[in-house]
Ligand binder design. Structure first.
Ligand code: ADP
Ligand code: MG
Length: 534
């Protein structure tokens, strides 16, 4: 609001009309709105209605005098400070003037008054009034501002409280959600930890796993999780499979993968596994859930079946061939004998020929027997005879390696009869002799000894070959354990099971570099045995 252009109200009070007109004439100004009252009572009414910058009032008035009117005006809170200029006649006593001041006059104008002086005085009071107004306005503005500030402050405080409440609420929500997450994570962890399958968790592009479950630890033959979690997964993958695994991952970056590979356990053992890797999100990080399944046994039994199948096929073939050879051999032998009787010279040659033909016959017969071991057929067998036949069968092969086979049967003993399946037992000794021959790369002698010990017969196959290192001794006889390039690792396992089916035992003693002794004990034949075997 522009104060300087404000029109201010001035109240003129006099009981005489002409005096009022005179005052009006003096004070005429566009800045003033002059209001006239003809009595004290009328003046009071105006004062109640309007706000005045200055009141100019006659002292002597009929009815309520100027002083009385002033007194009443002063009593009113709102008008306590309105300046009042009394207009009075010259003959005013000092006492009168004193009374005037005491009721609140600010100034006196003596009649007849100088218009200029009146104008100046009024002007002065008006400016005072306007200043006062200005200050009040400013105070109001300040008060308003203060109030606004206070309101803003309050709003801020309210806002803050609201925010705080919101934050609290949100925190609570998060806590609940977090708890749920934690619970589901706990469940997931338990599930993963106790899974019968090996599970490894790793960040997608990292090679070191951050988690491996108990089954995984066991599978890799580790003692603690840390032994695995510290290492790159590729440390466990067979070097020959690295390329394949990496290729699978580069070909299928984001999807599930399934492949087979070989792992190397912490003990150095190689196992065949099937690996399934499934991508998943763990706390916002893309990870891989890797399932590892041990396929070693499955693979081995597959291979075993494959081997047995091969053996059966070879066996059948051998049987067929042996049969085909035996027929012409019979006629060869017959004709040789016939010729021998007819000619007089070179009898020695004929004998050699017949012996050799008989030898071929024995070998072929053995082959035939071995090739069709269909049904288990336990019989009384002289173990000495079996060994003799086997030696005949194996000698040729032994000679190829520069190995000879000696049998040290104590001739003084009665023939050692056991109860068993001839072909199976033959297979045992063939396997043992094969191993012994293969162990003696530089040639040498294999000794076979037979001895009766109580109610048992002990057969030993003793070679002077390469022997078996102590640390491998415990693995010998496990299926597929072989140290040979073309070995099957089945020979000794088959021996074990055959000896066992004869209620016998088998033991291997070996010294690396010195040689090996395989001892087999079988119970001697007793009358009641036939029933037992059934
Ligand atoms: P394969 O002969 O096919 O390897 P075997 O079960 O007959 O399978 O034998 C298993 C392993 O035992 C052989 O690879 C070899 O390391 C060891 N072995 C068996 N017999 C002997 C032996 N007489 N001398 C030294 N090592 C032997
Ligand atoms: Mg063998």
């Amino acid at each position: 609001m522009e104060m300087d252009n404000q029109i201010v109200k001035i109240l003129l009070v006099d009981d005489r009309e002409e005096n009022l007109l005179a005052l009006e004439a003096v004070l005429t100004s566009p800045k003033y709105q002059l209001i006239k009252a003809l009595s004290g009572e009328e003046a009071l009414r105006w004062v109640l209605r309007e706000e005045f910058a200055v009141i100019i009032m006659d002292v002597q008035m009929p009815g309520m005098s100027g002083f009385e009117t002033a007194k009443l005006i002063r009593q009113r809170e709102k008008t306590r400070d309105v300046p009042i200029i009394f207009v009075t006649a010259l003959n005013q006593t000092d006492e009168n003037v004193m009374q005037g001041y005491s009721v609140g006059a600010i100034d006196f104008i003596i009649k007849p008054f100088n218009p200029n002086i009146l104008n100046w005085k009024v002007n002065g009071f008006v400016s005072l009034y306007l200043n006062q107004k200005k200050i009040e306005e400013q105070a109001k503005v300040i008060a308003k501002r203060t109030e606004e500030l206070e309101q803003a402050n309050q709003a801020l405080r309210d806002n803050e409280e609201m925010l705080e409440a919101l934050v609290k609420e949100r925190t609570n929500e998060l806590l609940v959600a977090n708890k749920k997450l934690l619970e589901s994570e706990k469940k997931y962890r338990k599930l993963v930890e106790e899974s019968p399958e090996a599970i490894i968790l790793t960040e997608k592009h990292k090679e070191k796993p951050f988690f491996v479950n108990q089954t995984g630890v066991k599978l890799l033959k580790a003692q603690t999780k840390e032994q695995i979690e510290r290492q790159s997964l590729f440390d466990f993958i067979h070097p020959e499979d690295h390329k394949k695994v990496r290729k699978i991952f580069t070909l299928n970056r984001s999807g599930r993968n399934m492949y087979e590979c070989r792992l190397i356990c912490l003990t150095g053992e190689v196992i065949h596994v099937e690996v399934k890797s499934i991508p998943f999100d763990y706390q916002g990080v893309s990870c891989l859930h890797i399932l590892v399944r041990d396929m070693t046994e499955l693979k081995q039994s597959r291979e075993f079946m494959h081997q047995t199948e091969k053996l059966t096929v070879v066996g059948e073939l051998a049987a067929g061939i042996a049969h085909e050879i035996r027929n012409p051999l019979t006629s060869l032998k017959g004709f040789t004998q016939l010729l021998g009787d007819k000619i007089d010279s070179n009898h020695d040659y004929m004998e050699i020929m017949i012996t050799e033909i008989e030898r071929i016959n024995t070998i072929v017969s053995e082959l035939l027997l071995l090739a069709k071991p269909r049904k288990l057929d336990f019989k009384r067998i002289d173990i000495g005879v079996i060994l003799k036949n086997i030696i005949t069968l194996m000698e040729a092969q032994a000679n190829l390696y520069g190995v000879t086979i000696q049998c040290s049967k104590n001739q003084g003993l009665p023939s050692l009869i056991i109860h068993g399946e001839e072909n199976k037992l033959k297979q045992v000794f063939i396997n043992l002799l094969k191993n012994a021959i293969e162990a003696m790369q530089d040639g040498g002698e294999i000794i076979i000894s037979i001895e009766q010990i109580g109610s048992e017969v002990e057969i030993k196959v003793i070679d002077g070959g390469c022997g078996i290192p102590t640390e491998l001794l415990s693995k010998i006889g496990q299926p597929f354990f072989t140290t040979k390039d073309k070995g099957t690792g089945l020979g000794l396992m088959v021996c074990h099971s055959i000896v066992e089916s004869h209620q016998g035992t088998m033991q291997i003693d070996s010294i690396k570099g010195k040689g090996t002794t395989v001892s087999i004990r079988l119970p001697l034949y007793q009358e009641n045995m036939e029933y037992k075997a059934l």
